[in-house]
Design a protein around this ligand. Sequence first.
Ligand code: NDP
Length: 282
Amino acid sequence: MLDSPLQQIVCCMGQPVAGNPTQFMMQRAFAAARLEWVYLTLEVAPVDLQDAVRGLRAMGFRGANFTIPHKVAVTQHLDELTETAALMGAVNCVYREEDRLIGENTDGKGFVQSLADVGGLSGKKVLLLGAGGAARAIAVEVGLAGAEQISVSNRTAEHGQMLVDLLNDKVPAQADLLPWQDKLKIPEQTDILINATPVGLLDADAELPLDLDTLETSTVVADVIINPPETWLLREAERRGCPTVNGLGMLVHQGIITFELWTGIKPDAVVMREAVEEFLEI
Ligand code: NDP
């Protein structure tokens, strides 16, 4: 047990970023909840990660976010992982229970909640593009949320296969690898197509190699990209009449879950959404 009260400080450890929408969103949410908390963005090199986590513990920080490149490596320096974080092998959020640091992954949960308005996941057939950290978190939660089938397509097939193996081993959904050569054809009766690659980040015209003539109008198309929220994929999907979901819902919903883990209080979701929109000037 700590002798002194915890500092009302949380932080984000990762690579340097020009601007951090999460920091902006969290500061607004703390203010709306009348909490005098501070969210710091800290640049931490991989070689310093262990010391940084020790510092976080020693200084009584209430929690932290971890981003690229620390999401996997940080798991070794925590006292405990939640069941899903252990399953994914990656953590984006750390919270305290007394003096114990617990690692959780809220990315996939936030994504699943962002789909609630377009019909949920039960019994759905999903095509997931990408097999990195975000794709992994999404795939596991989508599988746990009741999707029937998850096809994974990834630039590097062996990374895709590793995710498929994890899913078949750990979640009830059936997973397979869809090789991504040339323009990927979207299988018939795909209910949900998810882009979980960084293609589209800071480039609204960046195209994914997809055969969009095979995209059915009933397919929900989701993109994890936050900035800009309207990617090439979402624009093309909207033009074809598909329901779409941008990356802002995932960001806000993972933030809501994280805020509650840190503070024990439900944040104001509208304030958080508006903060992200203000930050992105949309
Ligand atoms: P990773 O680096 O862990 O994974 C990237 C994945 O995308 C890999 O599977 C990689 O394939 C693939 N990829 C990379 N470049 C290309 C390309 N040019 N063409 C096709 N595939 C490519 O990144 P993350 O998973 O952590 O992040 C992915 C995106 O998700 C980022 O843009 C990030 O900002 C966003 N994100 C959004 C969140 C939100 O709240 N909306 C939350 C978390 C992340 P390969 O295996 O071949 O390398």
